[in-house]
Design a protein around this ligand. Structure first.
Ligand code: GP9
Ligand code: MN
Length: 621
């Protein structure tokens, strides 16, 4: 029996390593991969001792067939989406239909090797002789012992990679943001095991189906919201027919703008742009566990992120009436651009679903300058602009930068171009250098747009994706900003990510103080692009045409133009003087805020956008 089991483990291991090879190094055959894969196999076959001896070989063959099927499916999926499968993706039917239309092209001749063992071994199986042989059954105590040995050793080996991964990237198993990396560290089989566990846990946690009257209430909420729309909104259509370039800057927080260190501006290029643009200085970070992907989701759908996990990972197959889809209806070419692995944050699946015709990613770029996580922002902008030249105008290009990513410690590559003095080699100092680099890259992009005459026919929007300084570093931030007491009030007030919108001819330039966040991006931009959004289900407001602003954090804290409310802590402050404010007086706002978060969550969980869109269309036509 041991011989058969060893051959089984060896065969599957070879297939897994061959799979890695065919991904072209996207999954490396690390030690963790091998050890944890053996562990997973031992766990998978641990029930074998309880099977009648004469069937064991056959059961192992069936397991081999199933695993081979999983590997081949992953391979086909990888060739299309540059990623490995998750159950939440394959159970969402739209995704599957997009792959299945080209599935035959996704098989290569080299894949035959995956079934070579069946082709070779099957004829050798002397089934008749095997059946005739008198088979000795083992004692139950032996079976239980063997089962225990397999489970324990399998778990220990699997844990080897899992432990390495958790030390390396603690958040990764909760949000699954880099599935290829997980598979590389813990093996493809453990990866699928954990994915299946997460999927079924979420499924059984009982998403209640919405009753019709609840759906009606949601429709009514949108209808009532729309009735507050201004008849002749300001700046409507000033960007109509023009290109739209949106740049989501990694970890760009507002406190670095218009600020100097040792007499030098930290973000000279952004500051220059601010002076000739609409600058929303009270724009707050509304992202949750989905980090960068939540920021992308907020800006492109005007829905809130999820209470737990990332929408990009959990609901990639929903229908979203997104910014790119709407602009496509206005005959825009739509492109998402980001210089990292296309599967990261499920982008390769999510971007097409958000209406992007193309995803210009790491695999399409030349890696001529790498800083930290990947291609430098400068090279990224250079190659993206070159590529954009070949596109039909008008276009909507959604660019997501990378270089200023945590932990900001690639200081050598930033060439000491910002003198941070005593802050050199501190966390804050490194961040300032990193964001100064990002600003430099943005300067290059803006210069080129100007030189190539694109500024006159392009709307440019730039915002930060989320905070850069985590709360455990709040004292360092306080010291840098000379804040004597970085209490919760001050902390939340600093969770700003700037929004800059530049219009051709510097139209509308000036400071705007209305409170807002990522949720408001799409309605604000659609107004500028001249799209009537009455029938578009968005939860945010057009910041250019609203009397009251509001930014809501996913934990229920909110900040509007007058108050800051730390809802769960039962405290509120007046923004006028920073003094405590009676939270009871904010009751109505609090209940509206809870209602909004709840509506957004229900919309996403129940895939309601299309229904709401149809309802609104019916109302307004
Ligand atoms: C990489 C990136 C980082 O593609 O966008 O995401 P984050 O870790 O900031 O959420
Ligand atoms: Mn980010």
């Amino acid at each position: 029996m041991m011989g058969v089991v060893s051959i089984f483990i060896f065969t599957i291991l070879i297939k897994l390593l061959y799979f890695n090879h065919l991904t072209g190094g996207a999954i490396k055959s690390s030690l963790g991969f091998i050890i944890s894969s053996v562990g997973a196999l031992l766990i998978i076959i641990s029930f074998i001792p309880f099977i009648n001896r004469k069937w064991r070989k056959h059961v192992l063959t069936i397991i081999n067939v199933v695993i081979t099927f999983v590997i081949i499916s992953d391979l086909v999926f990888f060739r299309y989406f540059n990623d490995v499968i998750t159950l939440s993706v394959i159970t969402q039917i739209n995704m599957i239909s997009s792959v299945s239309s080209s599935v035959l092209n996704l098989f290569h001749f080299a894949d035959v090797l995956f079934i070579a063992d069946f082709l070779m071994i099957m004829p050798l199986l002397k089934i008749k002789k095997f059946c005739k042989r008198r088979v000795l059954e083992s004692l139950w105590i032996h079976r239980i012992l063997l089962f225990t040995i397999l489970i324990v050793s399998g778990s220990l080996l699997s844990y080897y990679g899992i432990n390495l991964l958790e030390k390396d990237q603690p958040r990764i198993l909760t949000t699954f943001y880099d599935k290829l990396y997980i598979a590389q560290k813990i093996g493809l089989l453990n990866y699928h095991g954990i994915d299946a566990f997460k999927f079924f846990r979420e499924e059984t946690q009982g998403k209640e189906l919405l009753k019709d009257d609840e759906k009606k209430k949601i429709n009514t909420w949108f209808k009532e919201r729309k009735s507050s729309f201004i008849e002749e909104p300001e700046f409507f259509g000033v960007g109509k027919g023009k290109n739209l370039i949106v740049i989501q800057v990694e970890a760009l927080q507002e406190f670095v703008l218009r600020k100097k260190i040792n007499g030098m501006e930290i973000t000279p290029n952004l500051n220059k742009l601010v002076n000739k643009s609409m600058y929303f200085e009270n724009y707050y970070c509304e992202t949750a566990a989905g980090g960068t992907s939540d920021a992308e989701f907020l800006a492109n759908t005007s829905l809130y992120p999820l209470k737990t996990g990332a929408v990009f990972m959990k609901y990639p197959g929903n229908y979203y009436y997104s910014l790119a889809k709407i602009l496509k209806d206005e005959v825009y070419s739509t492109l998402a651009m980001h210089a990292y692995k296309p599967g990261f944050w499920n982008r390769s699946v999510m971007y097409p679903n958000l209406g992007f015709d193309e995803f210009f990613n790491k695999n399409n770029m030349v890696h001529d300058e790498v800083i930290g996580m990947g291609l430098s922002d400068k090279s990224f902008f250079r190659q993206s602009l070159d590529y954009l030249k070949s596109k039909k105008e008008p276009y909507y290009a959604f660019m997501v930068t990378l270089t200023s990513h945590y932990p900001y410690d690639n200081t050598k590559s930033y060439n000491n171009s910002l003198e941070v003095g005593t802050l050199k080699n501190t966390f804050i100092g490194n961040y300032l250098e990193a964001i100064h680099y990002a600003d430099d890259a943005l300067g290059y992009l803006l210069d080129r747009l100007e030189k190539e005459g694109l500024l006159d026919n392009t709307v440019i929007a730039i915002y930060g994706d989320h905070y850069a300084i985590s709360k455990d570093r709040k004292d360092e931030l306080a010291e840098f900003l000379n804040i004597s007491d970085m209490n919760d009030y001050m902390w939340i007030k600093h969770q700003k990510i700037p929004l800059i919108i530049h219009l051709p001819g510097d139209e509308g330039a000036g400071l705007r103080t209305i409170a807002g966040g990522g949720l408001d991006f799409m309605p604000t931009i659609l107004n500028i692009m001249g799209v009537d959004s009455k029938a578009i289900p968005m939860m945010g407001r057009d910041l250019l045409n609203s009397h009251q602003g509001m930014a809501v954090m996913r934990n229920g804290y909110f900040i509007d133009d007058d108050y800051l409310c730390l809802t769960a802590d039962g405290v509120a402050f007046s923004l006028k003087d920073g003094e405590l404010y009676q939270i009871e007086k904010l009751e109505e706002k609090i209940s509206n805020m809870h209602k909004e978060l709840d509506i957004s969550e229900k919309i996403i969980e129940n895939d309601l956008i299309e229904d709401i869109k149809n309802y609104l269309l019916y109302q307004y036509n």
